[in-house]
Ligand binder design. Structure first.
Ligand code: PMP
Length: 283
């Protein structure tokens, strides 16, 4: 099983990481997860741009160029022989004796793994079940940090209720933000709604591609406007997006059907347009 750490390819189980890596002790780092189709990384540039932004927001020095990161991605795909799967990479601030403030000398660590696996086409066909849960995360959800405890607890709650995703709701405003590992959308009267970009959600690469490419091409109106759980339950369709799930219909939340309880027409059109883009870029 292939991994990559600070410039060399290693076996995944080879011990390489210091106990004092700030990634371990503080969750002080960022990550990206990309999807490999037919031996090619889809939308890698968008992921790398977000990675650089996350680093800058956390004041972690940017010690790799996009070209270098692209080359490492290409190398790990080639070396692994994997044609369809996921690449995970993370950059942690540095290794240093534990202090909350940043140490003087900073040498970020880059690690990467690649795993075989294809998309959950069964979920795309049947749709998934979700729950609503309180969004207890910090107020910089726009940064893709490796601190994911709020997301982990939300997903676990969904899992324990035999659901595939947890749709998070901010207390106070009672507005839906996003899934635990996806962006969330509803369709009402042929208009697609999703939470606007802000500190409360991640700017998903898949979300951006839907806005900039798929919806535009299909002439579908998408608006960035937050809504309540009740509004979502009265929608005609709902779906989630992420790199690994692409566009996946949500057919029920808290055991209440959305629309007629089947994957929606507009949802499937968007999924189709997304697949066409993947085909164009990777095949
Ligand atoms: N929101 C959260 C909280 C996520 O973890 C993810 C998955 N990385 C997304 C949204 C979707 O982002 P993307 O489309 O870039 O995979």
């Amino acid at each position: 099983e292939l991994g990559f750490f600070d410039g060399e390819f290693i076996d995944l189980n080879e011990k390489k990481i210091s106990l004092e890596d700030r990634g371990y002790q503080f969750g002080d780092g960022i990550y990206e997860a990309t999807k490999v189709y037919n031996g090619k990384c889809f939308a890698l540039d968008r992921h790398l741009d977000r990675c650089i932004r996350s680093l800058r927001e956390l004041k972690i020095p940017v010690t790799y160029t996009n070209a270098e990161l692209t080359a490492i991605h290409e190398d790990i795909i080639k070396k692994s022989g994997i044609t369809d799967g996921c690449i995970y990479f993370q950059i942690t601030r540095t290794t240093a004796p534990r202090t909350h403030y940043f140490p003087d000398k900073i040498v970020p660590h880059l690690s990467m793994t690649i795993r075989e696996g294809s998309v959950h086409t069964d979920w795309q066909k049947s749709g998934v079940h979700a729950i609503f849960t309180e969004d207890i995360r910090w107020l910089r959800c726009d940064i893709k940090t490796i601190n994911l405890l709020g997301n982990v607890l939300a997903k676990q709650e969904a899992h324990e209720k035999n659901c595939q995703e947890a749709v998070q709701v901010r207390k106070g405003s009672n507005l839906v933000t996003e899934g635990s590992s996806s962006n969330f959308f509803v369709v009402k009267d042929d208009i697609v709604w999703t939470h606007p970009l802000s500190n409360l959600i991640l700017k998903g690469v898949t979300r951006s591609i839907l806005f900039e490419e798929c919806a535009k091409k299909l002439g579908i109106t998408m608006i960035e406007k937050a809504f309540s759980p009740d509004f979502a339950l009265t929608a005609h369709e709902a779906f989630i997006t992420s790199t690994s799930l692409e566009v996946t219909p949500v057919i029920a939340i808290d055991n209440k059907h959305i629309g007629n309880g089947l994957p929606g027409k507009i949802t499937l059109k968007l999924l189709n347009a997304y697949h066409e883009l993947v085909k164009k870029e990777c095949y």
